[in-house]
Structures are given as C-alpha cells and as structure tokens.
Ligand binder design. Structure first.
Ligand code: GDP
Ligand code: CA
Length: 322
C-alpha cells in the first residue's frame, strides 16, 4: 500500500514517526511518502533555511532534540555567536552549528543548480529514514504575513513576534507560478490513502494546498483522504496555531478545522477526520456535513500512542474505501 502524508514540521513529524512505527509492526512493506510544506522556508545570512523539512529529517533520523522540541540533539552555537558579533544574523533566530551544516549543504547544492527536490533526496540519503520526503513545490513560495504594521516574512512574525502582532492574512510569494513537485504529484497520483497530518492548518498545510494544481491532485485521487486534528478540546496542544486560525476566521476547534478543509463531496478535501475523544460531540455534525469523523485518543506522546493514531487513521480510510 502507498500512504501519502501532507504536513509541516514537528506535529507532522510526530505523526509520521507513528505511521512508520505502525507500518514496521504490521510488516506489510507499505510505502510512506510525505509532501512537505515549504512556506516556512527563508533566506537568512545568505543561507536557505527549511524548518519544516529539517524538523522531519532530524526526527526521522533520530538526531533531533526531543526535549527542546526542535533542532539537533547535542547542538552548540559557536558560529551563531560569531554571526551576532558581525551583526549579520538576527538574535531572535537560533542557528545551531550542526543545523548550520545542513543549511550550508542545502545552499551549496541549490547554488550549484540542484532543485529543492534533489536537495531533499540528498539530505534524506544520509540516514535510513524509512520514509520519502518531497517538497510540495520546487518554487520559492515563502509565506508572508500581512499585519497592520505592514508585511513581514512568516519567520519574523512567528519567531520574532511570537505571533503576537495581529495577522490580517497570509499569502505565499510568487505562488501563481508554482506547481506541485514531480515527486509530490506522482506520490499523490499513486496513493492508496492520503493523510493530512495534525499540522498547523493555516501555515503548514495551507501553503501546500495553495500551490496551483495541488487541491485538484488531491481531490482527483481515487484514494480516501483522511485528516487528523491538531486541535484537542479547543486548544492547539503546542505552538500558536490559534493565532493563525483567528486570522483566517476559523475557530480553534477540531470541528471548525475539518470544515475549513471541507468535505470532498462538497468541493473540499476530506472524506474522513479523526478527532480526539474529548471532541466526540463534533462527530454527528461532521457526518451531516459529509465528513466521516471518528473520535479516538490523539495525543502523540510516545511510540505506542503515535502508532495507534496512525492505525486509527488507516482504519478510517479503509472503512471509507469500503
Ligand atoms: P511546526 O511547523 O513545527 O509548527 O509543526 P506542524 O505544523 O507540523 O505541527 C504543529 C501542530 O501540531 C500544532 O499546531 C498542534 O496542533 C499539533 N500537535 C502537536 N502535538 C500534537 C499531539 O500530540 N497531538 C495532536 N493531535 N496534535 C499535535
Ligand atoms: Ca511549519
């Protein structure tokens, strides 16, 4: 079976770790492809940074800092201190030394003419990930946040201002010319099931869906499309996704996010949606809206709970496929 996941950074990584674990335990040799958000990417100190990709890479390789929740384990910041002394990197964005190695390699390959997809393949070949990562698009589509003080790059809004400047909206630069990467498009076309990770719906999943042609690819797939809620009991679990949802007029609830994606039968994307047990009361309303919802525990805390969430998502997909 071919399983495609669409998602962003750390929330996506937790889910994909569970999916990989479940697939290993089941032993059926299922293939996992992840279509990764590139809207978080940006240029800093002459380097191309790709936070969502790197969160996935490090987590799947087992070299991530699980305690801090992002970046590499055993990280140091000697280069960063030098950059600060030169006044060439903002003090609000951490660049670890090991992490900088990734950014330098990526930038060198890009400068040498490699596509973003080729860079993903090279970075992913260092460790046995058990999962293939594809950029949603090879084009640069950095997310821009529109605020009353003007437009700023997503990273400035998110990291520097901690999402505290009210956002009026989000857009992706040069999105009109982007198209799905070859790897992403092939994976979706050949998928037996498409899963939307419990990633930030606005700034992690949103930019993927904004790539012209992406929605059509997903909607045109014969595979069931099942999403997993990143909202549990009206709160975002981790991060500041509520600030993003508020900006696009979506309530922070598992039900509202499902309706934001929409039922495939009504022009949206979803056939199925997993909510946490505490959100079970959303199930009948979603069924009425054409989304087969199911309530299960959605805390991605350890190997077993994560594998169970993946299994529940695949079970729901199987039921939908009949
Ligand atoms: P980021 O780009 O690194 O912020 O990561 P993502 O966009 O992939 O995921 C962030 C989202 O993951 C958050 O908004 C949370 O809603 C969700 N998330 C994190 N931990 C959990 C968890 O244990 N369970 C569920 N259901 N969602 C989670
Ligand atoms: Ca992200």
């Amino acid at each position: 079976m071919r399983i495609v996941v669409i998602g962003g950074g750390v929330g996506c990584a937790r889910f994909v770790l569970g999916l990989r674990e479940h697939v290993r335990r089941a032993g059926a040799g299922d293939r996992i492809d992840v279509v990764v958000n590139t809207g978080d990417d940006w240029w800093l100190s002459g380097l191309r940074i790709a936070p969502d990709h790197d969160s996935l890479l490090y987590a799947l390789a087992g070299v991530n800092d699980a305690e801090r929740g992002w970046g590499r384990a055993g990280e140091s910041e000697r280069v960063s201190a030098e950059l600060a002394a030169w006044g060439t990197a903002p003090e609000w964005f951490t660049l670890g030394d090991l992490d900088l190695g990734t950014h330098i390699a990526r930038t060198a390959w890009l400068r040498g003419g490699a596509s973003v997809s080729e860079v993903y393949a090279r970075l992913g070949s260092r460790w046995p990930l058990g999962v293939r990562l594809h950029p949603a698009t090879d084009a640069e589509i950095d997310t821009i946040v529109e605020t009353d003080q003007g437009d700023m790059h997503f990273q400035e809004w998110w990291v520097r201002h901690r999402a505290a400047r009210p956002a009026r909206g989000f857009r992706q630069s040069a999105i009109a010319h982007a198209r799905p990467s070859g790897g992403a498009a092939a994976a979706i076309r050949e998928a037996d099931v498409v899963l939307l990770a419990p990633s930030n719906p606005v700034v992690s999943i949103g930019p993927v869906l904004a790539v012209p042609g992406m929605r059509e690819l997903i909607r045109g797939s014969a595979a069931p499309v099942v999403g997993v809620s990143g909202i549990i009991g009206g709160s975002v679990v981790r991060g500041m996704a509520d600030a993003c949802l508020a900006a696009v007029g979506v309530e922070t609830s598992a039900r509202a996010v499902a309706q934001h994606y929409g039922a495939r039968a009504a022009g949206g994307l979803l056939d199925g949606w997993l909510v946490d047990d505490v959100d079970a009361d959303a199930v009948p309303a979603l069924a009425e809206a054409g989304i087969a919802a199911r309530a299960v525990p959605l805390w991605l805390t350890d190997n077993d709970t994560r594998a169970q969430v993946a299994r529940d998502a695949l079970d729901l997909a199987r039921t939908i496929a009949g």
